[in-house]
Design a protein around this ligand. Structure first.
Ligand SMILES: Nc1ncnc2c1ncn2[C@@H]1O[C@H](COP(=O)(O)OP(=O)(O)OP(=O)(O)O)[C@@H](O)[C@H]1O
Ligand SMILES: [Mg+2]
Length: 278
């Protein structure tokens, strides 16, 4: 897969502290030669003196499906805001692969580099069909379009068909997106993200409001995406976390409280205390 490097080789973006900007020496694509796709080191974010993230360090391997849990206000969403460039940390570094320092990139640059984020409220086009939504998500992908009249190429059609199957909406391709169930809308938005071929997917409470059946199907989808993609899933639904079966990181007061498989962290007295103390 080709990922375009951020083209900033002529511009001097050394920080005020004189730190070397790694963006200058970018190779095309994300360098995951050390297996790690995402690396947060001692990230701190404060809002009016309140530390939402407090020296947060975390590493996600390429192809991993990582679950993040933690009580309300633990900093889970803020962490995703830092990764996607929406919030700048006060200190710390956040690397995508070995070379891309996300704290020095803009939100569009980060999305373009291969990080896709799903928000809780789907941003689908309700008055377009399911197929058209996926088509629109692919609009910026020149490979998918034949030049003269901007017709969708066969390759583009095939990719949409594959994605429709993956998100279990192949039978709904011609339906208006606004008529889908809540869960189906969430899948469509995930499908739209997939059309951009992200390497890392960030999903914040993806099964909130879903039926049990939709939740389980979403779990199957995520498990099928792992390996080819890396996923970071924030959820409060423990049955869902159990189904995903990946490594679990517990956040509390802006840092990592515990990490391991779900059974291990659930048995950790510090984790029990944090959850009971809510
Ligand atoms: N823009 C902001 N301005 C001020 N405070 C903020 C801002 N964003 C987050 N916070 C605060 O930072 C803390 C962490 O919030 P965050 O949304 O990251 O928690 P969370 O772990 O996602 O919680 P939840 O499980 O409820 O979604 C909270 O105390 C929140 O009120
Ligand atoms: Mg949140």
């Amino acid at each position: 897969m080709s990922m375009k490097p951020i083209d900033n080789d002529t511009d001097n973006r050394d920080g005020e502290d004189g730190a070397q900007v790694v963006g200058h020496i970018l190779q095309p694509g994300v360098d995951i030669s050390h297996k790690v796709i995402l690396y947060l080191e001692e990230i701190s974010v404060s809002f009016d003196g309140f530390k939402a993230l407090n020296n947060l360090s975390l590493a996600i391997d390429a192809g991993e499906l990582r679950c993040i849990i933690g009580p309300n206000g633990a900093g889970k969403t803020t962490m995703m805001d830092v990764i996607t460039g929406k919030t700048r940390p006060d200190s710390g570094t956040c690397f995508f692969g070995q070379t891309l320092d996300l704290t020095r990139m803009t939100e569009p640059e980060i999305a373009h580099a291969g990080i896709g984020r799903k928000f809780q409220k789907p941003t689908i086009f309700e008055n377009h069909t399911v197929f058209e939504n996926l088509e629109l998500a692919m609009k910026t992908d020149k490979r998918a379009w034949t030049s003269l009249f901007a017709w969708l190429s066969q390759e583009g059609r095939d990719r949409i068909a594959d994605t429709l199957k993956q998100i279990r909406l192949d039978r709904e391709a011609d339906r208006l997106a606004g008529l889908l169930s809540h869960g189906q809308k969430q899948w469509l938005e995930i499908g739209m993200l997939l059309m951009q071929e992200p390497q890392l997917l960030l999903l914040d409470e993806p099964v909130a409001g879903m039926t049990d059946d939709e939740t389980e199907r979403t779990g199957e989808l995520f498990k099928s995406l792992a390996g080819k993609h890396s996923l970071v899933v924030v959820e409060h639904d423990m049955a869902f976390i159990e189904q995903l079966g990946g490594k679990v990181t517990v956040l509390h007061e802006g840092s990592v409280l515990a990490e391991g498989n779900l059974a291990t962290v659930q048995a950790d007295p510090r984790v029990i205390e944090v959850y009971l103390g809510r």
